[in-house]
Design a binder for this molecule. Structure first.
Ligand code: SF4
Length: 385
């Protein structure tokens, strides 16, 4: 029998209770009927997918939006469609994102029964005034309740999302958020810096401040660049103290608890996205679903245009995604995939970056140094030809 290939599945649930002030994800508040119609379309999209035999599913990631706004039966229906259609590995990592304000004991037990074995909780901060400013619907107390209920329901692999560089946040308040979560012994922490995105409420309020900060000038409400950097160093130090390793620029895990779904993405393995606006990468062709809810709910899922990635684009992605990870990129694997000596493509770039102390090579692997991680935007951009 022909060997099947690894495939990750992403499922997008675009609904939230209300829009957070900083969020530019494809997500919005919704009525129950809209949700019902959407789930039907989503299940139809999964059932219609034809290219099935050559894959086995190593991970499923239900993201959003807020997947936990769905009723337990709705989540069950979606997963059932996937299980019926695809060959899902027994040990597949199956994650759902959840907002602490939407969790119940019943839902968490149901998730476990449905095969979900990893929970990703969007907390962002342990300070209620920061949560309020962000427009989150939950308090820290809500999160704690949800976290302990998840443990009781049998979740032994929990990620907590935290956000640094918030308006008015100090290095001390960030340290407190991080420490409290690490004391809870979460297996995984994602710690991202706030980005002021256009089209959000925060953009209206803080765009000017962000501009000043980018120019290296004094900003009034956002933490300075120096404080932002201190928060990053504190994250690295504290996670290390509590036994979590930084395995990607913004992700920290206990050994063995790295998010396999995201790792596959950074390694450019094929993935298939279902749901509104979801994108897919199959055999170096990228295609995307419509972001128009009306079209999607009428069963018009895929956009017409498909992007066939050139060899150069594939190489660039291999580098700037692969180098996000602590282990970096295997130059040997690169040569096998592209049938080209690594040095012929990136020899000069690597030499220059080594001279700047930003990358390092060891055992045929190229990876970022600590300084390279600190200056990752600049360093990764050098691999775009
Ligand atoms: S809960 Fe998440 S997806 Fe929904 S609005 Fe807030 S940040 Fe965006």
């Amino acid at each position: 029998m022909e060997q099947t290939k690894n495939l990750g599945i992403y499922i997008h649930i675009p609904f939230c209770i209300r829009k957070c002030a900083y969020c530019d994800f494809l997500s919005f508040a919704s009525e129950e009927n809209t949700r019902k119609g959407y789930i039907q379309s989503l299940i139809a999209e999964i059932r219609q997918w034809e290219d099935v035999e050559r894959w086995h599913i190593t991970s499923i990631f239900i993201g959003g939006g807020t997947p936990s706004v769905l009723k337990k039966e709705e989540t069950a229906g979606i997963l059932e469609a996937v299980y019926n259609k695809f060959q899902v590995d027994d040990d597949a990592e199956i994650t759902t994102e959840a907002n602490p304000g939407t969790l119940t004991k019943d839902k968490l037990y149901a998730y476990r029964e449905q095969g979900i074995n990893r929970l990703s909780l969007g907390l962002q901060s342990v300070h209620d005034q920061e949560l309020k400013l962000l427009g989150r619907i939950h308090t820290y107390e809500d999160f704690l309740k949800g976290f302990h209920m998840a443990r009781e329901a049998g979740f032994s692999n929990i990620n907590v999302d935290l956000m640094s560089a918030l308006p008015g946040q100090t290095v001390d308040s960030w340290r407190e958020s991080l420490t409290k979560i690490l004391r809870l012994k979460a297996e995984h922490v994602s710690a991202y810096s706030l980005i002021i995105e256009e089209g959000t409420l925060f953009y209206e309020k803080y765009a000017e401040d962000a501009r000043l900060r980018d120019l290296g000038e004094d900003c009034r409400i956002l933490p300075t660049e120096e404080d932002e950097r201190s928060m990053y160093y504190e994250t690295r130090r504290l996670t290390g103290e509590y036994g979590l390793e930084q395995y990607e620029i913004s992700n920290y895990a206990k050994p063995g608890y790295e998010c396999r779904h995201n790792q596959a993405y950074w390694l450019r393995q094929d993935y298939l996205g279902f749901g509104l606006g979801a994108s897919s990468l199959i055999d170096n062709v990228r295609f995307c679903n419509t972001a128009d809810l009306k079209l999607y709910s009428r069963g018009i899922f895929k956009k017409e245009e498909r992007e066939v990635l050139s060899v150069q684009e594939q190489m660039e992605e291999t580098m700037f995604l692969g180098l996000r990870m602590k282990d970096g990129v295997s130059m040997e694997a690169f040569e096998k995939v592209f049938h080209t000596p690594f040095s012929a493509v990136y020899g000069k770039t690597v030499l220059d970056l080594k001279n700047e102390g930003l990358v390092q090579t060891e055992d045929e692997r190229l990876f970022l140094t600590e300084k390279g991680f600190d200056l990752s935007n600049y360093t990764l951009a050098q691999f775009l030809q």
